[in-house]
Ligand binder design. Structure first.
Ligand SMILES: [Zn+2]
Ligand SMILES: [Zn+2]
Ligand SMILES: [Zn+2]
Length: 103
């Protein structure tokens, strides 16, 4: 079994992603939902359910952790993505004036 490395009896075997799993071991890494029908794998090679796969494939704000919807203004800084409204100094709360007009 690719998850628990235990021996699998034939009738409990489940094949997914070219590996073998106990049926009971085929669960979402994040919410522990059983993955009998729909299995997905994250970019990091972890099993997950459809819901979590969808969640992980979306980009979330590095400041507030809320998923960034399409069309919302964002700032990209050093590989992180922020909502425009979240992109502010963590010390004084001042919003940085990146991309705005110079006075
Ligand atoms: Zn197992
Ligand atoms: Zn899940
Ligand atoms: Zn945010």
């Amino acid at each position: 079994c690719a998850s628990c490395h235990g021996y699998i009896r034939d009738r409990n075997i489940h094949e997914a992603f070219g590996r073998h799993w106990h049926r009971k071991c085929l669960r979402c890494t994040f919410c522990r939902t059983k993955l009998d029908q729909m299995c997905y794998m994250t970019a990091r090679g972890k099993l997950c359910c459809r819901k979590d796969h969808h969640r992980l494939s979306q980009v979330s704000c590095a400041s507030c952790d809320v998923i960034i919807a399409r069309g919302v203004p964002v700032h990209r800084v050093m590989g992180n993505i922020y909502h425009k409204r979240c992109f502010r100094c963590t010390q004084c709360g001042d919003q940085f004036k990146v991309g705005s007009h110079l006075y």
